[in-house]
Design a protein around this ligand. Sequence first.
Ligand code: GCO
Length: 449
Amino acid sequence: MTLGFPAGFRWGTATAAYQIEGSTTADGRGPSIWDTFTARPGMATGDPACDHYRRYREDVRLLSELGVPYYRFSVAWSRVMPDGRTVEPRGLAFYDRLVDTLLDHGITPMVTLYHWDLPEALQAEGGWPNRALADLFADYALTVHKVLGDRVRQWTTINEPFCAAFIGYGNGDHAPGIRDEGAALVAGHNLLLAHGKATQALRSAGGEQEVSIVLNFAPVLTDVDDAAHREAARKFDFLHNRFFLDPLLGRGYPPELLADLAHLGTLEPAIADGDLEIIAQPLDVLGVNYYAPARAVPLDDPETDSNCPLPGLRGMDVQPPRGELTSLGWEQRPECFTELLLWLHEHCGGLPLVIAENGAAFEDEVVEGRVHDEKRVRYFAEHLAAVHTAIERGADVRGYMAWSLLDNFEWAMGYTQRFGLVHVDFETQERVLKDSALFYADVVARNGL
Ligand code: GCO
């Protein structure tokens, strides 16, 4: 073995409720915004996905066979509280069974409380631009903790508030499909507030839990080292990588970012006295999702239409990806992963980091019962080596969760993008371990590569 990871390094895989569970109307589950969003003509829905709600024992057995000791999954708010407020015991019972099954197989559960699937009933009350949802989210967190808190120690409040707010309410490519830049910023703030209130609630419940939030980061590349390109990169970087991080660290929103967004006039009025203190609850760990970098360029005419998917930025645009791409069209830049982790280590003052998601979609084919996914094996090898380099250079990275255990529902892309270590035939629900699953199992067994 050439690259050994620290003793006790947490090796795991990650999934999300709406992407794998199916059974979207079983046992009292209420509709989420993704059920509503995908009910439109021509869209694939989260049913049956991987039929995990019924096949979870089989999937846990797969995890056990792979010898992967951690499993990050999310709880569907609308399964546990169909209207966002009223408890559905059958929904809680599913996650109770899932946690017991994981523990019976010696697998440590890591629970994400929110992975984008807001109860539709709460969207009907305005959704995340309505700050009242922050208190409802804290109540939901406590409800889940009451049932699972005796066995679950690792809690993540929210996965990628960036996507939930900026893609869901800004450019509308994700549920609930709203295109309102000003509302997207307010939704982002309220998601941070929800995180803070839920963190306070989880900590008030007592126990040894470790609380985190998961943020997705995209290091920003530019072609030219001049003032205009540096400013374009700064705008993208501050909105994508610091809008959420800096308030969580107790630094509030960066003044440059407030200035970039002032023309929308919605963010600062949404910040009530005391909000920033609530948001800045100490984190035990920061969850980090990394897939690929972004590329930014300046626009000469600030009023020129931009393809930039982020709300409120003017005078800059994003550039197409380069080099060998994944099937989702993302660049493969492990070196950017190392730099990101080192920057986070410095920017977050040594706060422990856990890679909550990293992985790649490629075309896969089952041939004689096998999936020889060499490209995905190479992606994992290169990106794990990048994590190792960051650790060697001082980053305090505690774990790595491969995205994803199973091929699953890739949001607005439906079932067209396969990220799984395990191939899923969505017609037959047959699972087949890919070569990347065997590669990853070997890395875990050796704690290195
Ligand atoms: C995300 C989400 C996952 C995606 C994965 C691939 O980070 O976007 O957490 O649900 O499926 O990242 O896009």
